[in-house]
Design a protein around this ligand. Sequence first.
Ligand SMILES: C[S@@+](CC[C@H](N)C(=O)[O-])C[C@H]1O[C@@H](n2cnc3c(N)ncnc32)[C@H](O)[C@@H]1O
Length: 275
Amino acid sequence: MLISIATYTRKISSLESSIPGISKNFRFFLKKSLNYSDLNIILENEMNISEAEVNKIEDFISLSRNKTPIEYILNDSEFYGRSFYVDSRVLIPRDETELIVDLVKEYSASNNPKIADLGTGSGCIGISLAIEIAGSSVTGIDNSLEALEVAKKNKNLHKTSNFELRRSNWLEGIKDKHFDFIVSNPPYISSSDEHLKDLMHEPKKALISSENGYSDFKKISTQAYKKLKKGGILIFEHGYNQANKVNEIMQSNYFNQIKNFKDYQGHPRITIGIK
Ligand SMILES: C[S@@+](CC[C@H](N)C(=O)[O-])C[C@H]1O[C@@H](n2cnc3c(N)ncnc32)[C@H](O)[C@@H]1O
């Protein structure tokens, strides 16, 4: 029996109503995983495909049925214009997190800034900063060994010698002081949040924080104040409805000139404060 890309394109269109987005993801999958170009897809549309390709496409379909995000299927996610390896050991980088990189670039007047990226996960923020800011030295910190393995893979992929990795419970095990910037996209979802059911493939320890989602903002704010140099800046990403409370937490930890920044959808998403 002839099994072609066209056979699967038809099958996948019929799945679109139960798995929204699967047709678009299938085109990504053909390009990234099976190395088809747009031209191949057109020219070879009705040609028989190999058994190995059939198996890979069947795997793609069953992972998609199971709502596995396309980034985990392809082991690839884009952040700040670069490709990062991802798997279920780390959070998939989000578009709004790129604002952290923009802000550090904007505020880094000093040469050779020293930066800590707390909860580095895939390393997407820290590695982007290390590449974008000449002379910077960036420490990516995570307490998850699994996440650190992924970040190491990305460090090697991008050959970032000015990005180092450390395992620590936030800044507890970090002796360095006088950071110019401490940035963090920490876990900030309450364990009772109904959105968690849509994030079932991502690591819970990257998502959930106690005290209604605020526990890690409190710990990091207290620790960061001690590790920043005078005039150093703490930058947090937080939930769309958490800006006021994060602002209060930073105030009670003596940060000054606290400001919120909106994401592309107009939600206050990033809060910064100066020591
Ligand atoms: C929301 S994810 C952010 C990942 C990545 N920075 C990003 O923006 O895509 C939070 C990260 O914090 C790490 N984490 C959670 N608790 C931690 C702790 N106590 N100390 C250090 N890292 C922690 C998790 O392992 C996870 O990688």
